[in-house]
Design a protein around this ligand. Sequence first.
Ligand code: B12
Ligand code: SF4
Length: 494
Amino acid sequence: VPDVILVNPHYIRRHGGGVVPPIGLCYLAAVLRTQGASVEIVDLAACYPDFIAARRAEPLEHFANVLEALPSPPRLIGIGPLVTATLATTATLARAAREHGDAEIAIGGPLCAVPGAARELSGFVDCDWLVAGDGERPIAELFRGERSAGCAEGATRLGGDDPTPWREPTLDALPVPARDLLDHSRYGSSLRRNLAGAPMTSAFLSRGCPYSCSFCAAPLSSGKVVRRFSMPRVREELDACAALGFGEIVFYDDCLFVRSPKLDARVAEFAAAIEQSGWRGDYQLELRCDAVTAMADETLERLRASGCRQINMGIEKGHVAGLAAMRKRLTPETAQIATERVVEAGIRAAGTFILGGAGEGHEELEATVAFAESLDLDFAHFNPLALYPGTPLFAEQFPDRGDKWLQLCTNPDLAPFGDVLWRSEVLSLSDVLSKVEDAYSRFYDGRRLTRVLSRVPPRERDSVTASYARLRSERPASWHLERAGDPHPDRYAA
Ligand code: B12
Ligand code: SF4
């Protein structure tokens, strides 16, 4: 019997995307192991990648079967990461955990760091502990039974005060995530799915972001100061990835590199750490456009030479006013230069765009889609603007609600796919969602595919072609409102 079961809740997924390992849970598992705990991870998001609300019973039954098969209950069941999209499923999973024994139940993840969480979630999620911020130290303390009912950093009893997000001061103190607990065959980026070969994994080598984009929930949980692993610790993690045979890594860090006087030196150090490690493969990085434009040519070349095959940039909008309204501190021009530089360096360029927001009408939506089309990107994603509790945007939109966000986030009209989606007097939600569909079909056209194929290695051509077909035809269907229809809503009501 495992001492601890960690569950990654299922959620309404977008079609045609990749399946990404729950690296946060692997971090928790690694720390628990240092405490002598045996740990199992149940990744329902990966087991049910085609999940839609109307099929909620299967993952829940899967979890119940896991618990029923155990001769005795585990000591601790951890469910998360809790985000708005996993609120409903987390509540049903916690209830199932309660019904199947007397394990302590802890919930953690970004939403637990939102003001009001302890009060809002009590009565909705039946759990013992709420964990905010970095979960490693709090979960180890919970496992050792060192927590009492009082308020403490990182974890509190549900219904009490909000937990103060815990931020691990020395990241190097964290053990390498326990990726060995996952079934690697389930994971792959959308592109990789068609490439036979070594499995992919994800990594997170820093915590925190110093920016304050009004729509983003990340800094609330992980803080505004960027904490990074030392290069020896980065090498250790890459060696561990090599030992497990991973051929591709996606670095999901919010701000592994930001524009600063140390930017080029930091990137060079990182590339050197990769080259000195035992790991060889392809990797993807998330970067702000202004970090790309601030890099020297040699630095971008260094990234490519060390295996960087794709850079993902949050471009968000094609018009200055929209970017300013979101406090993104970027301009379309920066995005254009960044895209050109990435492509010139021989790296795939991918951008994400957000449709909807203050001051946007049909013209502004069109300006963003047309801007995306005009860029020489290899891949693009278009999302309707989501309003996450705890963000400045959420407060602007719902000024009278204070920290009372649960009712809004669980209202199926406002949050048909799990996140509260933007709408306004000039743009209905259907307008925004139709534009998302339009954007995918326009962006993934034959001309772009021909151009992109001319610069990818022959062995990748089939997978790029297949990805384009999926993103053009499958992805838009993610936003059909009828998909979210649940025939048995009462079964899942908290
Ligand atoms: C990588 C990533 C993904 C990946 C992997 C997600 C995963 N399950 O690991 C993919 C692409 C699948 C994804 C999907 C989605 N994501 Co995402 N994602 C991120 C990103 C960029 C990094 C997450 C990460 O790996 N962090 C590193 C690890 C170490 O941290 P962590 O996962 O938060 O876990 C730590 C703590 O939170 C805590 N913890 C987490 N789980 C648990 C459980 C227990 C029991 C305990 C005690 C503690 C605990 O301890 C962990 C270790 O310290 C964040 C931004 C961010 N910086 O947080 C957005 C972010 C979490 N995603 C977000 C969203 C909205 C989504 C989607 C809903 C998008 C969609 N509609 O499809 C889905 C939801 C899926 C989900 N279950 O998270 C939002 C959440 C905002 C909100 N309030 O809802 C964020 C904050 C970005 C943003 N836009 O603001 N995402
Ligand atoms: S969108 Fe990126 S840069 Fe902006 S606050 Fe979020 S993580 Fe930071």
